[in-house]
Design a protein around this ligand. Structure first.
Ligand code: GUN
Length: 366
């Protein structure tokens, strides 16, 4: 016999494993599409349909049932369209109730400085969601050569305007303006971004406050899909004031969907791959496209991708594609749950902001 079976069998096993992984990625994509279609048809929560649909998908791949059971670990796509829709619909109902009482509705003021394409898109989405929910909104557009003093004067006017409940200044700001001074100028009672030191201090101490919209949205997503966090090791990559830092506080807090042991990694973490591999939950919020690779993720981990980097692509309609911080196609098959990009955390951020706006309105008590 010319062939050594000890060599051939493992080789076949590797080829088959690779083939199955590819099929699984395809199945996951179809499953995602199916969930979106179901949702747009206002059907049942797709999360509850997953086992059924997964079974159908496995049938399509024509694998014997025993192999399907062995090969496919249950994996959930944490679909931001679905989870954010649930939050937005609840807010809509609350606004309808407010309207019935004859009171004014919550009102958000957004300040947009300059012409940053990404900021324009985010602010437009925030305003659009206000309209949909029934909140009032005011968009104040300012030239990027506005002085810090002028910007602070605008914020002060909004602070003193009783018809405004929430104020946000879209970041980043032009270089000549101090982000810290601007954040400090916002009345903490209207700080729906949760960036003011008063809000951050309360968050750290576990007191009721405005939670920054992205981490808040992630917590709402964990809640929507009932992801177990208690006792888990969460690895947060990134320590920004907007996402990484507050996320680490929330996940470590003694509250539902908290109680994790949290490791915060950043640009000076030497053994980042090693630490990521220990994570039961990974939150990637470093802003580098497809940074998290399959060899950094433990089998069965929950992966939350906060990245939204525009990567040039002449074949795309807009000339760019949005990439997450996670290399989705290779990472997804290893996970028990993962957020897609786009369609994941981004939508939850809006949901978090909208909830904060209602909270500000209620606290002001108009
Ligand atoms: N820029 C990026 N994320 C945010 C956010 O959550 N709020 C504001 N104001 N600016 C941002």
């Amino acid at each position: 016999m010319l062939y050594n079976l000890n060599y051939i069998y493992p080789t076949f096993a590797i080829i088959i494993k690779h083939r199955l992984a590819t099929l699984r990625v395809k199945a996951i994509r179809l499953e995602h599409l199916y969930a979106l279609l179901l949702h747009s048809a206002e059907k049942i929560q797709p999360a509850t349909l997953h086992p059924h649909w997964r079974h159908k998908m496995y049938k399509i791949t024509n694998l014997p049932f025993a192999a399907q059971k062995l090969t496919f670990a249950p994996m959930l796509i944490l679909d931001g369209k679905i989870a954010s829709r649930a939050v937005i619909d609840t807010l809509k109902t609350e606004v309808e109730q407010i309207k019935l009482t004859g009171k004014r509705t919550p009102h958000l003021a957004a300040i947009l400085i300059g012409n940053n394409g990404a900021s324009e898109t985010y602010v437009a989405s925030k305003v659009k969601h206000c309209d949909e929910i029934g909140f009032g909104s005011t968009l104040i557009r300012l030239a990027d050569n506005i002085s810090e003093a002028e910007l602070i004067a605008t914020i002060t006017e909004l602070n003193n305007n009783d018809a405004i409940d929430g104020i946000l200044v879209q970041l980043p700001l032009p270089k000549h303006i101090s982000e810290q001074n601007i954040i400090m100028a916002i009345n903490p009672a209207k700080d729906v971004d949760g960036f003011h030191p008063v809000s951050v201090g309360k968050l750290v101490q576990g007191l009721p406050t405005f939670i920054p919209a992205t981490p808040y949205g992630i917590m709402l997503m964990l809640e929507h899909f009932n992801i177990t966090t208690k006792g888990k090791h969460a690895v947060v990559i990134g320590r920004s004031n907007i996402v990484g830092r507050p996320m680490s506080i929330l996940l470590s807090s003694n509250q539902p969907y908290g109680n994790c042991t949290v490791t915060v990694c950043h640009s000076h973490t030497p053994n980042l791959n090693e630490i990521c591999l220990q994570g039961d939950i990974i939150v990637a919020a470093l802003g580098r496209a497809e940074f998290v690779k399959a060899n950094m993720v433990k089998e069965g981990a929950v992966v939350i991708d906060v990245g939204i980097t525009r990567v040039e692509d002449p074949t795309a309609k807009k000339g760019y594609r949005i990439k997450g911080d996670v290399a989705y196609n290779e990472v997804a098959p290893r996970t028990s749950a993962i957020t897609p990009v786009p369609g994941g955390v981004g939508l939850m951020t809006i949901a978090g902001l909208m909830k904060n706006t209602l909270q500000a309105y209620k606290a002001i008590g108009k």
